[in-house]
Design a protein around this ligand. Structure first.
Ligand code: SF4
Ligand code: SF4
Length: 248
């Protein structure tokens, strides 16, 4: 049914197809098609504009016009279909698949044991994409019942045992508590914890003071979602050593 209502409008001339707005839309209403962000169906857009502030080009506005009415049931069905059909298929115009959601199988312990030593060492334990906190939408299918590994950017570089000891069978979310937006992170974590029953949370930070805020952001997100879960905190030294482990 068509009604007069608010809905987003994307200015094609301004849009560079970066894809930042795609995960910002929890309804999955925006996809990158032929290099531009497009509303895949009017009925999936609630017109509230969660994507608005995310667009670095200012390409998204909210207008009032006659459009198909927002249909929350159709959205739910659409998101379930997306989840069961696996990875999203669109690649961004620039060729960067930074927001293309994917889950993939990692090698079993048996497969790893049968690989030559040089290949075993190089094996990636990453089981999904994207990995940045800002790019993982709360409805990402791999978040449900996940064992979360919330990782400070620098710790990923500093800790050599990351893949073998920490990443395997976990869903990783990376970010920098010094340079990124704290409020945005707390809000993102809160949405994730509201929408998903997470099994466990492990945070990995550097020993430097600027990194210590990350576990607190996760804790605040949990509290904002009305949930409670122990948070394991692992501290990595600037020399790459695992220095401390505690639960908060
Ligand atoms: S965030 Fe803005 S520029 Fe990037 S794809 Fe979306 S509408 Fe286009
Ligand atoms: S807070 Fe500091 S140490 Fe931690 S990820 Fe950011 S820059 Fe690196």
């Amino acid at each position: 049914m068509k009604v007069l209502r608010k809905i987003i409008e994307i200015n094609e001339d301004l849009c560079d197809g970066c894809g930042v707005c795609v995960p910002a839309c929890e309804e999955g209403a925006i996809q990158i098609i032929d290099g531009k962000a497009r509303v895949v169906a009017e009925k999936y857009c609630d017109g509230l504009g969660a994507c608005l502030g995310e667009c670095p080009q200012g390409a998204i506005t909210i207008i009032e016009r006659v459009a198909e009415d927002f249909d929350p049931e159709a959205v739910e069905e659409y998101l379930q279909n997306l989840e069961s059909s696996g990875p999203a298929v669109e690649t961004l115009a620039c060729g960067c698949p930074s927001t293309q959601m994917q889950s993939f199988k990692t090698a079993s312990a048996c497969q790893e044991a049968n690989q030559p030593p040089n290949q075993t060492a190089a094996h990636s334990a990453l089981g999904h994409w994207p990995v940045q906190i800002k790019l993982i939408p709360p409805h990402a299918p791999f978040l449900q019942h996940a064992d979360l590994l919330i990782l400070a950017d620098c710790a990923a570089v500093a800790y050599a045992g990351l893949h073998q000891e920490l990443l395997k069978d976990r869903v990783v979310m990376m970010g920098c508590p010094k340079f990124d937006d704290v409020e945005e992170y707390v809000e993102r974590f809160s949405e994730i914890f509201k929408k998903n029953d997470v099994n466990s949370i492990t945070t990995v930070i550097m020993e430097v003071p600027c990194c210590s805020g990350l576990p607190m952001m996760v804790k605040n997100g949990l509290e904002a979602a009305g949930k409670s879960l122990p948070i394991k905190k692992i501290v990595i030294g600037t020399n790459g050593k695992r220095l401390k482990e505690e639960t908060i």
